[in-house]
Design a protein around this ligand. Structure first.
Ligand SMILES: [Zn+2]
Ligand SMILES: [Zn+2]
Length: 788
């Protein structure tokens, strides 16, 4: 198999000629022609739009206008000018517009104008990743403005340069992690910079959601507090992908009143957006019943489309949800291309977060230069901002939100040219629902970003960090918001803070250890034992699932088997081996109710929101033949259980109401289990979460509720706002769940409706028909909420 190094080392022997681009309609026709049954369920034509420019604001220095003109910007788009005016006038502003709409000019203009007119002023820029900060540094540096001295300050910055940056740079680019771990704790060294701080830019702010978003919200409050102590109160300029209610989300993130600019005035080429459902496979006569209804996998389908698209000479980016999936898509497409034209497979590569930075940048450049024609990638955010203007984008599986769907599709379309985007449905209830309900994708505004700064698991640790930076005063409690007083009292009780007349003091010499990116410590390193080579990293939360002993782990198409997972050292040792099976981890879960926050008593039905304790353990894994999916065996694992206190939404039904609806007592477990799976699958429709952020449990009688119950919980300590959102829109959520099950063409249940890819019970028992009856009972009794 070819490694990444050889891919980039030289072009293949057979290169499709020149940049002649197949028009999207023609490309789509060719892709469709390969299937016997038309897999396209809907085609949305997104019209081209002309751009609307505005005049440069009168306060923009001539030097700055000239610099922008040198970069090809002769006048700002109207939304850029509007946001810049607000920011320059001292209003906190969020600009929330589409991919490649020029959001960066909207903050560069006011920020750089301040730096040029006030030689002492400073600017702080935050991006969620180091890669994006580096991209932004290149853009600002290219303007060659005197005295700005932009510089990145992050984990990669050499010690020798750090002091120079603190002293002389007036435009510091960093990320929330560095702000949290480095700059705020070392604020004494930064006091001059902070005193002169006039603008804080928060780029890609929609990525600060869930638990991570709640942490970042407090990091920004800590920044504001330290600024206030040295006498500055910077203006916040935020940039977001298109998102629902960006002003509220940005307000929650910063704790400030924020004005939103949402009308995108940049020009856009036309986009043909197709929804694609892989065909059902004909069942072989001896197929076991649970495998009888199987669709062609979205990964295989995406790999084929990528291969066809590359063969047509079209520069194509395929987004795949999992790392493993990205590897599989790239490998399969390469194999298919090599079979057609030996060497053509070298024009396709995989790209994902676990790769090292140099490797990622090299792949990106190769795609931009045209050395590569196809790239299978995991997450849009890991990609550099410059990587736009591709001819086609394939999206393998709904990315979880309409906002990220649009963002991914937005990578397609060179200036003024038509482009193609295809959403390929995975075999799961949400994807199936969406490709048959295009109005749920195209006819609705994008979701709001959900974060909850009042999460006590975030607030307590963040207040400890703040106290370690400077003692907390009663006024600070207002700044940190709801729950801050209780959190401080608890910190006093456990001996972390000492209360004195002047405030609350951190009692220890060491700083509190707080990880913004979630629980369970840092990422697990995947290391090849023989060579000691670091292949990549896996986040701690998924390490039990992905790199348990015996797991098959893929890197750039090369297959490895895990020999050992050392949880203390955070490292998994692997060796190269290519078995013809894949591995699938299984876990067991138990749950107990701690407290009820809110409930609706609806006759035989109860709907609840509350705190729960969840214990789960990865106990075994299955080995499955890659070609057929046949289960070879199940092997036990010896991994520690993990405890989680979190927020759950749950509903109960009386056994009598179920009997009246025609659900036999013996079928109750299968009915609830099937409803639980489908409900988890549909939750991303109403909350900005991912199926993998959510857990579930169902039981015919739960000791805490004494009734048939379905639980759905946030997979993060303290909750992340998802279950809360589900509770708020419960009937809309469960109605969509019911429709998804009912609308599925299978007979007894399939991955498109009630089966779950992460079921700890091997999808057994499941009753599709009875799940609909369960949901009918709930919906008949639950009062419908507002318009959602
Ligand atoms: Zn089905
Ligand atoms: Zn299950």
């Amino acid at each position: 198999m070819t490694s990444a190094a050889t891919v980039a080392a030289g072009p293949g022997p057979e290169r499709p000629a020149g940049p002649a681009v197949v028009p999207p309609a023609e490309l789509l026709r060719r892709l469709r022609a390969r299937a016997a049954v038309d897999p396209v369920t809907h085609v949305e034509e997104v019209a081209a739009r002309p751009g609307i420019t505005a005049d440069w604001p009168p306060w923009a220095p001539a030097e700055l206008r000239t610099a922008f003109a040198g970069r090809g910007v002769t006048a700002p788009w109207r939304h850029q000018a509007e946001a810049a005016e607000l920011a320059y006038a001292g209003r906190h502003v969020v600009v929330a517009t589409g991919t490649a709409s020029g959001k960066s000019l909207a903050y560069q203009l006011p920020a750089l104008a301040r730096l040029l007119t006030d030689p002492r002023a400073t600017v702080l820029y935050l991006a969620p990743t180091k890669a994006l900060a580096a991209d932004q540094l290149r853009a600002v540096a290219a303007l060659e403005l005197d005295g700005v001295r932009p510089a990145c300050y992050d984990g990669d910055t050499p010690r020798a340069e750090r002091e120079w940056i603190r002293k002389y740079s007036r435009f510091v680019l960093t990320n929330p992690d560095m702000l949290h771990h480095g700059i705020l704790p070392g604020h004494a060294q930064w006091s001059t910079f902070l005193r002169r701080l006039t603008v804080v830019v928060v780029d890609e702010c929609h990525t600060y959601r869930g638990v991570f978003g709640s942490h970042v919200a407090h990091v920004l409050r800590r920044l504001r507090r330290l600024c206030a102590r040295v006498g500055s109160s910077p203006v916040f300029v935020l940039a977001s992908a298109t998102a629902g209610d960006p002003a509220t989300a940005a307000g929650r993130l910063t704790g400030l009143p924020v004005t939103a600019v949402t009308e995108d005035a940049s020009p856009r080429g036309g986009l043909t957006f197709a929804l694609w459902e892989p065909p059902l496979l004909p069942a072989a006569p001896d197929t076991p019943e649970e495998l009888a209804t199987v669709r062609r996998s979205a990964l295989r389908e995406t790999a084929d489309l990528l291969a066809d698209s590359v063969a047509a000479g079209v520069r194509t980016l395929a987004f795949v949800r999992s790392r493993r999936g990205a590897e599989v898509v790239a490998t399969t497409a390469r194999r298919a291309l090599d079979e057609a034209v030996p060497g053509l497979g070298d024009r396709v590569a995989a790209y994902r977060a676990g790769y090292l930075k140099e490797e990622r940048r090299r792949l990106e450049r190769a795609l931009l230069d045209g050395d590569l024609l196809g790239l299978a990638s995991t997450n849009a955010l890991e990609l550099g901002v410059d990587l736009v203007g591709l001819d086609a984008v394939l999206i393998c599986g709904y990315p979880g939100t309409r906002a990220s769907l649009r963002q991914q599709a937005g990578r397609a379309g060179r200036a003024g040219q038509e482009a193609l985007a295809v959403l390929i449905a995975r075999d799961d209830p949400l994807d199936t629902y969406l490709v048959h309900h295009p109005e749920a994708l195209f006819g609705r505004p994008v979701e709001a970003t959900v974060l909850d700064p009042a999460n006590p698991y975030v607030l307590g640790p963040q207040l400890a960090c703040a106290a370690a930076e400077a003692p907390l005063t009663p006024a600070d409690l207002t700044l940190f918001g709801e729950g801050a007083k209780e959190a401080v009292e608890e910190l006093v009780q456990v001996g972390a803070l000492r209360q004195r007349p002047t405030g609350w003091y951190w009692r220890h010499r060491e700083r509190p250890e707080v990880d913004l990116r979630g629980e369970g410590g840092g990422p697990v390193c995947v290391v090849e034992s023989v060579t000691g080579r670091l292949l990549g990293t896996v986040d701690a939360g998924s390490s039990h699932f992905l790199v348990h002993p015996g797991a098959v782990y893929l890197h750039q198409g090369v297959s490895y088997v895990v020999d050992e997972l050392d949880l203390d050292d955070g490292c998994a040792l692997v060796h190269a081996e290519e078995p013809d099976w894949s591995t699938h981890a299984r876990d067991v879960t138990s749950l107990s109710v701690v407290s009820v926050r809110s409930y609706a008593d609806a006759g035989p039905v109860g709907m609840f929101l509350g705190e729960v304790d969840v214990t789960s353990q990865v106990v075994s894994y299955q080995r499955r033949r890659i070609a057929s999916g046949e289960v070879l065996d199940t092997r036990p694992l010896d991994l520690p259980a993990r405890e989680l206190r979190t927020i759950a939404v749950w509903f109960t039904l009386s056994p009598e109401s179920l009997a009246a609806a025609g659900v036999q007592a013996a079928d109750i477990p299968g009915a609830l289990h099937a409803a639980e799976h489908a409900a988890i699958g549909l939750l991303p429709l109403v909350a900005t979460c991912d199926r993998w952020d959510i857990g579930g449990l169902s039981t015919a009688v739960h000791p805490d509720t004494e009734a048939p119950t379905v639980f759905v919980y946030d997979g993060h300590p303290g909750g992340a706002g998802f279950a809360e959102r589900a509770y708020a829109v419960a009937s809309a959520w469960l109605r969509a769940t019911r429709e998804a099950i009912l609308g599925c063409g299978c007979e007894v249940g399939c991955p498109s409706c009630v089966q779950s890819p992460k079921c700890g019970n091997g999808n057994n028992p499941l009753s599709k028909a009875d799940a609909v009856k369960v949901l009918d009972v709930v919906l008949a009794n639950l009062p419908p909420e507002g318009q959602e």
